[in-house]
Design a protein around this ligand. Structure first.
Ligand code: NAD
Length: 324
């Protein structure tokens, strides 16, 4: 279980794109803690300089400020790299509905540049962030790889396209690619601010500062909220996955199902506040329920998540109490 005992060849170099963001900075931290080298490539468009500054004194950490939309930057960043963990992208379903062209350039062409740069530099494994949004309107639960529905947003299109491009790079150029379909990740360093913030950090911050949070819809939507430690485990295990599992995408979640309204009242209880939420309209492009069948990742990547939602949310609350 977990990733603490995973080992790679000595001196391995990981490139984390989007390493100044929430998931990427946690990946950088984990890799450094295991004693390997990390290069972070990020344009700081949604990421934070402070997520870079915390590692800058570590000689095994290197930061390149750059944009994956630029192939030359990707080529340079891939020099000497063993493993790529490609996290750079813009998230948020509603924002992608507002900016489809940007999402196509950033999330699809950017990842394609990274695939090409990884291929040309002889990278061993290319692991990349996909998303549960690729299941679209598929009604059956739990969501299972191979049973995807109609896509509901430009963001989902970008993640689906990334999977298809990665598959081509495995098929034609023997680059070992592994797509990780994250399901609503949460945990330390996730940004609680802004109109497009994820719901858990946003609610924690609002409740801690006495604001009244708004729940979109009736709160009866459910998600497979996944603690960041499980996502780190999946990325590192994918770097050691067999070639036979390349060209595939995997659900990365805990395999549970949490209702938003229950999370809300769980947070008010844990934070010791008595604030009733406002209810707003449903968000365009959102799906009502989502939870994952994680058997494929278990079987082919050896993924074995050890952080339940309850354990993760306690750790997240503790972190936000100390760091907000
Ligand atoms: N957080 C989730 O619940 C979740 C769920 C599904 C998929 N994902 C995917 O996981 C990845 C990481 O998400 P996150 O939650 O950490 O988001 P984040 O916004 O915190 O991190 C993304 C990082 O990518 C960087 N970036 C964006 N475009 C870039 C570009 N063109 N060049 C270089 N850097 C660029 C940003 O500056 C940021 O630091 C994304 O690909 C996202 O789509 C996240």
């Amino acid at each position: 279980m977990g990733y603490q005992n995973i080992s790679f060849p000595e001196n391995s170099l990981f490139l984390v794109t989007g390493g100044a963001g929430f998931i990427g900075s946690n990946l950088c931290e984990a890799i450094l803690s295991l004693g390997y080298r990390v290069r972070c490539l990020d344009d700081l468009s949604t990421g934070k300089q402070k997520n870079v500054d915390i590692f800058l004194e570590n000689p095994s950490y290197e930061f390149i400020k750059g944009d994956i939309k630029d192939l030359a930057t990707c080529m340079k960043a891939c020099e000497g790299v063993d493993f790529v963990l490609n996290q750079a992208a813009w998230g948020s379903v509603p924002r992608s509905v507002e900016m489809p062209l940007f999402y196509c350039a950033n999330n699809i062409s950017g990842t394609l540049n990274m695939l090409e740069a990884a291929r040309q530099n002889g990278v061993k494994k290319f692991v990349y962030a996909s998303s549960s949004s690729v299941y679209g309107d598929e009604p059956n639960l739990p969501k299972k790889e191979g049973k995807e529905g109609n896509l509901l947003s430009p963001y989902a299109v970008t993640k689906r396209a990334d999977e298809e491009w990665a598959k081509q790079y495995t098929r034609h150029y023997s680059l070992d690619t592994y797509g990780l379909r994250y399901f609503n990740v949460f945990g330390r360093r996730q940004d609680p601010n802004g109109a497009y913030a994820a719901v858990i950090p946003k609610f924690i911050k609002q409740l801690l500062s006495g604001e009244v949070p708004t729940i979109n819809g009736d709160g009866k939507q459910s998600r497979d909220f996944t603690y960041i430690e499980n996502v780190i485990e999946a990325n590192l295990k994918a770097c050691l996955a067999p070639r036979e599992a390349a060209g595939e995408a995997f659900n990365i979640a805990y395999g549970g199902r949490e209702y938003l309204i229950d999370i809300y009242y769980g947070l008010t209880a844990a934070l010791g506040v008595d604030i009733e939420p406002n209810f707003g309209p449903d968000r365009a492009g959102d799906i009502k329920h989502s939870n994952a069948d994680i058997s494929k990742a278990k079987e082919l990547l050896g993924y074995d998540p050890e952080w339940s939602f309850d354990r993760g949310i306690k750790a997240a609350i503790e972190w936000y109490r100390e760091n907000l």
